[in-house]
Design a protein around this ligand. Structure first.
Ligand code: IFM
Length: 405
């Protein structure tokens, strides 16, 4: 039995993807301009979180990762909304009432409109502005939560926004086609602003994001030194056949995608969250089944991704891993392999303290809208009925088998 007694088992969501009506954001504005699908009410999790947490409890979860919508808390620059703070305090209380440990992400992709319109993470003072918001939230919610991630997947944010041009602020590096490895939605290329300089902006934004994390870490520690502060890193497991050139390519790709950012930030992390979805093998590849995102089904790569991050010798948690699978054909087996991957890492002495499946409920999949179904729980967007998918029970059984509390 490899899983420690206090291991955190659960699932994740993010505010914009499930709450509904986060209109004061760059994404809602982009939807009005017809550049991304309109989100609207979605699962209405903002009002139905108790129902969703009841399901999580029924499924045996003892932890839940969710994000706070920055635009709700700070609707105008430097102006904080106490009613929204109270909302998230209720959310946290609802989790505690069900013995579910909350893990809060302070920023998950969407920006308040005032921030994006004034330059977002291109702003020179972005790290200070971001840190002020993070410290405010921790000051207000600190008594109800110990685990905070400053930001979710900085590389994904910056590469979609500044290399691919598929997400706000829709800047596209003119040569991106050469390196693009994932799908981004139909017709986005024509809507993006194409330039060579987008590459330099990307690099600048990546640096600023690292600085913003570091600055937020210090600001949070000033307010509450005992909190566990992490960054959530998206890792692609790049690997290769035995061809030296391919091995070099995968090494470079891992450096660029994962290690450059981690080297800049790991010293300001009490733990690191890992989001794992897919691998990329250079050289003779096996033919894999695909998820509805067209990503190879390769859950065993979670183990390799954990090993990659263990290099930084910080406690790790799987902050997201999962797949889009509308028919629920592959999800159960996928989750079983994910959990075995964590078990294998633990058996080798890698310190992993949690596993959050993505996602608890079906969500808005950014530029791809609501058709990609990641949820353990299916949402009927007409009636808002929640239907637990069969694979969710397989995860529940695994949790039951491994939970020792
Ligand atoms: O839905 C996203 C989430 O917002 C961030 N991580 C990857 C998920 C699936 O693409």
């Amino acid at each position: 039995m490899k899983f420690p007694k206090d291991f955190l088992w659960g699932a994740a969501t993010s505010s914009y993807q499930v709450e509904g009506f986060n209109e004061n954001t760059d994404w809602a504005q982009a939807a009005k301009q017809g550049r991304v699908p309109y989100a609207g009410r979605l699962a209405d999790h903002y009002h139905r979180y108790e129902e969703d947490f009841d399901i999580a409890k029924k499924l045996g979860h003892n932890a839940h990762r969710f994000s706070i919508e920055w635009a709700r808390i700070e609707p105008q620059e430097g102006v904080f909304d106490q009613a929204e703070i109270e909302h998230y305090r209720q959310v946290l209380r609802a989790l505690h009432a069900r013995n579910i440990t909350p893990m809060v992400t302070l920023w998950h992709f969407t920006l308040p409109l005032w921030f994006s319109e004034s330059g977002g993470f291109e702003r020179k003072d972005a790290p200070v502005v971001f840190a002020r918001y993070c410290a405010h939230v921790v000051r207000e919610l600190g008594d109800l939560c110990t685990h905070y991630a400053t930001m979710n997947e900085p590389n994904v944010y910056a590469s979609n926004g500044y290399l691919r041009g598929s997400w706000p602020p829709f800047k596209r590096f003119a040569l991106t086609d050469m390196v693009s490895i994932t799908n981004s939605g139909r017709g986005y290329k024509a809507r993006a602003e194409k330039s060579i300089s987008a590459l330099f902006l990307y690099r600048k934004v990546m640096r600023t994001l690292a600085e913003a994390h570091n600055c937020a870490y210090d600001a949070i520690k000033n307010v509450a030194p005992e909190k566990n502060v992490s960054v959530v890193k998206h890792v692609i497991y790049f690997h290769a056949n035995r061809n030296p050139f391919n091995m070099l390519r995968s090494w470079v790709a891992n450096q660029l995608w994962t290690h450059v950012f981690m080297r800049r930030t790991f010293h300001k992390c009490d733990s690191i969250g890992l989001n794992y979805y897919f691998h990329k093998k250079f050289g003779d590849t096996e033919v894999c089944e695909k998820t509805d995102m067209d990503w190879d089904i390769y859950p065993q790569g979670l183990y390799d991704a954990l090993r990659m991050l263990w290099k930084y010798k910080k406690p790790l948690y799987v902050s997201e891993a999962g797949l889009a699978d509308a028919q629920d054909r592959y999800r159960a087996a996928y989750i079983q392999t994910q959990v075995s991957a964590v078990e294998k890492a633990l058996s080798e002495g890698i310190d992993v303290f949690g596993h959050m499946y993505w996602s608890l409920i079906d969500n808005y999949e950014w530029a791809l809208g609501i058709d990609k179904k990641f949820g353990l729980v299916e949402i009927d967007y007409q009636t808002l009925e929640r239907r637990i998918r069969p694979s969710a029970w397989v995860y529940a059984d695994l949790i039951k088998k491994h939970r020792k509390d």
